[in-house]
Ligand binder design. Structure first.
Ligand code: SF4
Length: 210
C-alpha cells in the first residue's frame, strides 16, 4: 500500500490555482525558509499517513476543476504524490498543480526518479522558496522569486492573464470557527488575521509559501 503523509485537505478551494480545486497539503518539509508561514506542517509525521488509493478516489469524486498539491513540501514525498496523481487520472483527467520550495532547474538536474515522475504529471508548478523580504501579491505565489510554470498546454489561455493575487477564501464553519485559505498577500498577514479573528494557528487551513 502506498501512503502519503497529509496535513489537510479541502475539496473546493478557489484561490490556489485555476477554478475550484481539491487541495492536498502534505505534512513535512526539509527546506527551512525563514518566516515559513506553515510551520505546523514542517515536521515529518508518519502518523498522518493516508492511503493513496483511498485519497485518489475521494479527489476524483469531489474535485471540480483540478487538484493542487501544497504543504509542507510535495517533492519531499514525490513518489507518493506522483502515485496519487496517476491514480486520480485513472478516474478523471483533472488539471494538476503543485508547489515546491525547490527550483525547477534543481529538480530537473538533481531530482530523484520520484521527483521526475511528479514533474511529468504536472500542468502547473509554482517553484522556489518563500523569501519574506520579497513578499508580493502575485497570482498564487507569495514572493517575487517564485515562478508559475506552465508545463503543459492545458492552461495556456492563462499565460497572459494579469499577475495579481487570487485573494483569500474565508470560511465560517457550523461551530462558527473561522478559517482561511490562500497565499498571504502582505508581510505579517497571518499574525494580523489570527489576532483579529482570534484564531488558533494550528486550526487554520493556510496556504504554504514555499
Ligand atoms: S515555506 Fe514551504 S518550503 Fe519553505 S519551509 Fe515552509 S513549508 Fe517548507
Amino acid at each position: 500500500m502506498t501512503t502519503l503523509d497529509v496535513a489537510e485537505t479541502h475539496p473546493a478551494c478557489t484561490v490556489l490555482g485555476p477554478g475550484s480545486r481539491y487541495v492536498v497539503w502534505v505534512q513535512g518539509c526539509g527546506i527551512g525558509c525563514a518566516e515559513c508561514v506553515s510551520p505546523q506542517w514542517i515536521p515529518f509525521d508518519h502518523t498522518r499517513a493516508r492511503d493513496v488509493a483511498e485519497l485518489a478516489a475521494d479527489i476524483a469524486e469531489h474535485a471540480t476543476d483540478g487538484l493542487t498539491i501544497s504543504g509542507g513540501e510535495p517533492f519531499a514525498q514525490a513518489g507518493a504524490v506522483a502515485a496519487l496523481v496517476a491514480a486520480v487520472r485513472e478516474r478523471r483527467d483533472l488539471s494538476v498543480m503543485s508547489y515546491t520550495g525547490y527550483t525547477i532547474e534543481h529538480l530537473r538536474a538533481h531530482g530523484t526518479p520520484g521527483q521526475h515522475r511528479l514533474l511529468a504529471e504536472l500542468d502547473l508548478l509554482v517553484d522556489g522558496p518563500f523569501l519574506a523580504h520579497r513578499q508580493a501579491a502575485l497570482r498564487w505565489r507569495g514572493s517575487a522569486n517564485q515562478r508559475l510554470h506552465f508545463l503543459t498546454g492545458r492552461h495556456a489561455a492563462l499565460r497572459d492573464a494579469p499577475d495579481l493575487s487570487a485573494g483569500l477564501q474565508i470560511e465560517v464553519a457550523a461551530d462558527e470557527s473561522v478559517r482561511w485559505l490562500g497565499v498571504p498577500p502582505v508581510a505579517g498577514f497571518r499574525q494580523w488575521i489570527e489576532n483579529r479573528l482570534e484564531l488558533e494557528p494550528l486550526e487554520q487551513k493556510q496556504e504554504r509559501n514555499p
